[in-house]
Design a protein around this ligand. Sequence first.
Ligand code: HDE
Length: 720
Amino acid sequence: MSKHKTTKNQDAKPQDAKSADLEQNREYSTGEFLTSNQGTRINDDQNSLKGGERGPTLLEDFLLREKITHFDHERIPERVVHARGVAAHGYFEAYDNAAQYSRAAFLQPGVRTPIFTRFSTVAGFRGSTDLARDVRGFAVKFYTQEGIYDFVGNNIPVFFIQDAIKFPDLIHAVKPEPHNEIPQAASAHNTFWDFISCNPESMHMIMWAMSDRAIPRTLRMMEGFNVHTWRLIDAQGKGRFVKFHWKPKLGIHSVVWDEALQISGKDPDFHRRDLWDNIEAGNFPEWELGVQIVEEEDEHKFDFDLLDATKIIPEELVPVTIIGRMVLDRNPDNYFAETEQVAFHPGHVVPGIDFTNDPLLQGRLFSYTDTQLTRLGSPNFHEIPINRSVAPIHNNQRDGHMRQQVNVGKTSYSPNLLNENTPKQARQSEGGFASYQERVDGNKVRARSKSFVDHYSQARLFWNSQADIEKTHIVKALRFELGKVEAESVRKRMLILLSQVAEELAQRVATGLGLEVPAADGIQLNLAVSADADATALQSGPATGKEGQSAALSIVNNPLNKEKSIETRQVAILAADGADATSIAAITKALQAGGAVAKLVAPHLGQLRTTGEALRIDFSLQTTASVMFDGVYVAGGEQSVQALRHQPDAVHFINEAFRHCKPVGSADAGRELLQAAAYAGAEELLKSPGVSIGSSPEQFVTDLATGRFWQRELNAEPKV
Ligand code: HDE
């Protein structure tokens, strides 16, 4: 049963300062009378007021008018990007080492700060699928004692463009095409790749977006980054450059593209549901916050520019220091009030955190307040409960649509004598924010720094760092995406750009497209230059001589995935009537011991007849599919196995799990069902790693912890 309360007394104990603050606005209706918005109790909410039972409705009906008018205005504009999202409450806890880098109050040892975190896809509309190939937004609102701090990041550490002025072009290109609004939540179309093919600075980001990072298994198993280089200021006022990382406790995991396509049909709310269900079940998602610190004097020691948002700092060059953790432990009470109305802004900072001159960040500092004015309709959006600071607000900003605060007194200006010259400015020692005094010196120019010009080296580092299966997935993704592009000129240009990253990559994609990789000679690859610019000077040479690798860029080899755990993994136990109760009990026990979740899937719903007690069935074969699970186990019992053998849905269930490289296990009797599953031939299936028949449930648990058995895919399609 949901832990969500509808009566006040059940939820009497708020957990933190923000929850207590929200309590002022919560409405509990259980047991109450129905009223109008003016508080008048309603006697009949089923019939409008009419002139005679069969007569016309009267304009006088204030209850009808109020109800319909409110309904007519229920929708607000969805976010222009990141429209589809899901969020949860939780807390951030600073470790003892954070304060050495920043004077921010929420980074002092042991301080716990309430937070609200929203994850999103970027391109799709609000009702689109969770499983789109896309970047995921990773936005965290910290309700600190010094005011709101917003971390507005993504699950990919770089971005498509280097300068904010290009953002509308990028988004116009990726959104559904303007003439027919097709396709929804997808980058696989002409305009996106047209833009990219003219804009080589995107190539590093393209590598990430075409990798499995863009199709996470759950939002709980992805990293978060704040993309730009930021600045931390310590208690002595010393500034340092910083890149932020959220490292997921459960490691980084993804689905495969074919699976993503199936999930989009079977359960487009897959990620949203997963987050909700796990928080309800007490499996609170957790991330650690890491920082890469660069001293100011080292700003220019890298072969890339720290201000260029298309670059990472490889973890081998600057290791990540962990300084705190975030736990999400409470679902919102109301989607609209909280998840939809929350308004993030990278410009919401507190003393101890400051900006850099990254031109992408600088433009964002304008955009986020501006967009809320359209979306939320008023400069008073900071008063909406989910956006409200727990630190008190006093200033001379006044009035506007839907103003909630009742400012008392006659002064709304500063300086003044009539109100003791208050509200007053705070010294830095009193917590006043003072901008970091960076020296700025230069001509006023519209230009791109030459230090931003290398567009391929880090894309190549990413490619080189991938395991074989990850390279194969990138190639397949590009074959899919470019295969959906109708314009051959765009496909060919993309092949040239890919060849600048790695010849092998371009060749493999070209084979799938049935094209040759065109030569790059004499072609102006970068069309994103100003009219008078020297285009040759702004053209990046191909990536050369950078054969390094970084394990942190791979999912398969990622240090975060070293610890194999089955926590919160979902396993389908396939069974039909007559199933062997002992085998179901044994596998369920083994899975639960490791924190995994076992679900009984059978041809029908209701109770499953077994050799022991009847069991409650979780899903019928019609209401779920193998793509909803991390592994599948066939229960023992001759009668059950024979029944499933003749069910195409059951056979397909196993085939699909096998094809997606998931662990497949069975009690002894299940062998026959697995043999009936014909994908790639029964023999191959039975001998494949990750297929355990008649072995102990512990073997299946070990396979589940391994995750995916990629060799199957590499064997099946060796030439991709
Ligand atoms: Fe955003 N972005 N963005 N963005 N962004 C928005 O603000 C924008 C960028 C990110 O869950 C909008 O409130 C510009 C990078 C997230 O509510 C808008 C540029 C990164 C979210 C906007 C960028 C992000 C947004 C739309 C290029 C990762 C969702 C609705 C200069 C570091 C927050 C809104 C949520 C949302 C503008 C690029 C992250 C229009 C102009 C880079 C997670 O203001």
